[in-house]
Ligand binder design. Structure first.
Ligand code: GH3
Ligand code: MG
Length: 373
């Protein structure tokens, strides 16, 4: 079994689930991709070419078959032309074909049909092919339109492109020109689809990376770097707009004992639980970050010292009354240093102020807060 890389050109390849991809004969065998040519016409099927395919059962799951599932609209006011075009397409494996004899009808049809490709006659009664193309693309900008024209001249080429058509084909249905152009259209659309898919993937991965860059791995609250960067912006705006801003530094009391008595994993669990208590008890505009180890930092914009003291006391009580539901259960308390920004000009000096207050809280017996305006 050999991967056939041509399967990657498949119309449905990007949307094809991985388990289906691996079942796909085009993907697994060298010759399997031939099967789409005979899909729907089992009598022609050369089963020797693909050892994965059972005649009559294979095609609907095969992406190469779905390649032909492209939804085509053909518009021409000459019924005979429609018949010829339709036959030409179906002889080459294209099965989903809708025909109509006027531009007006086409515009109505596209409102309820997911056409991928439109083949449009230029000279028609009512609105002409150019206007039809323009209106169809208004409804579905991604539609790939090919103009069918009796005579190719600069004027018609210019008008076709201006109307949003991607290509045009001379009306000479005795050759393969139309089919080649349709095949090319599919390749272009598949490539666009693949590009959109990779853009989406890159966008999603970037969002994940951005989140990782600012998040503390253990607790999922902000990391120290992010808090420090944001603290300076908040300090600046607090001075500029004369709004108060307060800061808390808090730390688990005797955390080493938890690690020593119950192990490092239980210690981690305590840090995680504390982070979730903090996050769920602050305003959306407040920031909570892990400063390091068992130490957290809280930035409270638009909050003066008396508001911050109330909040700190509430958090302290909340942690004290919360029996950490770890195995075994542990009583955890925290000490907090609380301060408001006064004449400090950089984040470090404000953090030092809160840190000194935290140190005092530890000195004064733990499970308490110390504050300074
Ligand atoms: P104090 O009341 O004075 O704060 O006492 P303490 O024992 O909590 O002392 P300190 O805050 O200095 O203890 C920090 C300890 O936290 C030291 C280190 O072993 C531990 N630690 C740091 N990071 C982690 C971590 O990610 N997980 C765990 N389980 N322990 C950590
Ligand atoms: Mg501690």
């Amino acid at each position: 079994m050999k991967k056939n890389t041509s399967a990657e050109n498949c119309w449905e390849y990007m949307d094809c689930p991985d388990d289906k991809k691996s079942e796909c004969p085009a993907y697994l065998t060298e010759t399997g991709f031939e099967c789409w040519k005979t899909a729907g016409d089992e009598s022609d099927f050369d089963s020797k070419k693909c050892d994965k395919i059972e005649v009559g059962k294979h095609c609907t799951d095969c992406p190469w078959y779905k390649k032909k599932a492209i939804n085509i609209l053909v518009v021409d006011d000459e019924k005979m032309n429609l018949l010829v075009t339709k036959r030409m397409l179906s002889q080459n494996g294209y099965e989903i074909i809708t025909t109509c004899t006027s531009g007006e009808e086409a515009v109505e049809l596209i409102k309820n049909n997911d056409f991928n490709l439109a083949l449009l006659d230029i000279q028609m009664h009512g609105i002409d092919g150019y206007e039809t193309c323009r209106r169809l693309k208004e409804v579905k900008p991604g539609l790939y339109a090919i103009m069918l024209t009796g005579t190719v001249n600069n004027e018609s080429i210019k008008k076709s492109y201006k109307a949003g058509a991607m290509d045009f084909v001379r009306k000479q249905f005795d050759n393969m020109e139309l089919i080649v152009r349709v095949e090319n259209a599919i390749k272009i659309m598949s490539t666009e689809k693949a590009l959109q898919h990779s853009h989406k993937t890159i966008f999603e991965k970037n969002a994940i990376l951005e989140k990782l860059l600012i998040t503390d791995n253990l607790t999922q609250v902000f990391n120290r770097k992010y808090i420090l960067e944001n603290l300076s912006t908040h300090m600046y705006s607090s001075k500029r707009y004369k709004h108060p801003i307060s800061l808390m530094m808090l730390d688990i009391d005797r955390f080493k004992l938890i690690n020593d008595n119950y192990g490092h994993l239980a210690g981690d669990e305590a840090i995680i639980l504390l982070a979730s208590i903090l996050s769920s008890n602050i305003r959306k505009t407040d920031l909570v970050g892990r400063y390091g180890g068992d130490e957290f930092i809280l930035v409270l914009p638009n909050t003066n010292i008396s508001g911050a003291i109330k909040k700190a006391e509430q958090l302290r009580k909340n942690v004290e009354s919360n029996i950490f539901k770890m195995a075994p259960k542990v009583n955890v308390t925290i000490s907090i240093g609380v301060c408001e920004l006064s004449n400090e000009t950089d984040p470090d000096s404000l953090i030092n102020k809160a840190d000194e207050l935290l140190y005092q809280a530890k000195e004064n017996g733990r499970n308490r807060i110390e504050y300074k305006a």
